[in-house]
Design a protein around this ligand. Structure first.
Ligand code: UFG
Length: 329
């Protein structure tokens, strides 16, 4: 099969391309390289196109034979989204509208969409199911929820069929350290802690220790990027087999179902690195819910998905191997 992968030069996108290649498929990567990396494109065809430019998009995709679309391209930082909401709506919502329009014109009817736990907002239950109320508390989550609504309506009004995958905290790197996470600036917990460990970054700031959690720091559900990639292939396969029940739009949470606090993740980082890591305690970061943990049983049951890297030490170990290799490159 040949797939279009928007944002295929980014973190989760590039790991999904890698999984596609391992399964004998190929990809056309569409990326504007605002945050993606050329080195992550793995010899696939690359279209350097911005989804916000519909005529460039239409021209670039004309005549391609595409069996399905994995749509990752988006802005994805909660803090940044509060400062530049128009940019977030333009990239995430308008960009997707342009993509769907061209997809329909070309008769491409399968979409796997990269969504997020941020659409749920403050959790009302210990573990979040797909039916949990969706009241995002940040602009990033609002844009992803808007796209989900647009996809659902499009699936009802056309032959399109889509699966939305709601990630909890994507983390880790390819087991052979061939790919990994590189953001500039880096804001995510594990790479920031590991950068501090390698001396390449500032000491880690722990954002708040007065949350209503056992040790006062935020609890998150960390899911390995290769497990996320695997879920994308399974979701596309489900669309191809047309074996999802009900309407042609479905959504699945992707997480391990186990929460780790910032302090626990930090301790795992120190264990893996084998030394203490410089850190300080800071204020809460705006827009951070105290606890976000998935109930991902639907993905397990309906997609046959089984995360293979559920230990936090294993997740951190792959991120550390990548950090060392990337720093020395
Ligand atoms: N944290 C720190 N210090 C840091 C960075 C993070 O204490 O330097 C804390 C955060 O406050 C949070 C936890 O570590 O409690 C995880 O933070 P990340 O920035 O790694 O991840 P987020 O939980 O903020 O965000 C991730 C995705 C978002 C998505 C969100 C949904 O990156 O795209 O999960 O849960 F919206």
């Amino acid at each position: 099969m040949h797939y279009l992968v928007t944002g295929g030069a980014g973190y989760v996108g590039s790991h999904t391309v890698r999984a596609l290649l391992q399964h004998g498929h190929t990809a056309t990567i569409l990326d504007n390289f605002s945050t993606g990396h050329r080195w992550a494109t793995q010899g696939q065809v690359v279209l350097d196109v911005d989804l916000r430019n519909p005529s460039a998009l239409r021209d670039a995709l004309r005549g391609l034979e595409i069996d399905g679309i994995f749509h990752f391209a988006a802005k994805s930082l909660v803090g940044e989204s509060a400062k530049t909401p128009v940019t977030y709506y333009q990239n995430n919502v308008t960009g997707t509208a342009n993509l769907l329009e061209v997809a329909l014109e070309n008769g491409w009817h399968r979409v796997v969409f990269s969504s997020t736990a941020a659409i749920y907002g403050n959790p009302l239950t210990d573990r979040i199911t797909e039916n949990h109320p969706k009241v995002p508390i940040n602009v990033y989550g609002q844009t992803k929820l808007t796209v989900e609504n647009m996809l659902k309506a499009t699936c009802e009004a056309s032959p399109m069929a889509a699966v939305s995958l709601r990630y909890f905290n994507a983390a880790g790197a390819a087991e052979d350290a061939s790919l990994g996470e590189v953001h500039d600036p880096e804001t995510h917990l594990i790479p920031t802690a590991l950068k501090a460990a390698s001396g390449a970054g500032q000491p880690l700031t722990i954002f708040g220790d007065d949350y209503p959690t056992p040790d006062g720091t935020c609890v998150r559900d960390y899911i390995h990027v290769q497990d996320l990639a695997d879920a994308h292939l399974r979701a596309m396969n489900a669309l191809e087999q047309q074996r999802l029940e009900g309407p042609q739009f479905d959504a699945f949470n992707l997480g391990n179902g186990v929460g780790f606090s910032v302090k626990e993740v930090f301790a795992a980082c120190e264990d893996i690195v084998g030394q203490s890591i410089p850190y300080r305690l800071g204020q809460r970061r705006e827009g951070d819910p105290a606890r976000l943990v998935a109930d991902a049983s639907r993905a397990r049951e309906e997609l046959g998905w089984q995360p293979r890297h559920s230990e936090i030490e294993m997740i951190v170990a792959t991120a550390w191997a990548w950090e060392q290799k990337h720093r020395s490159a």
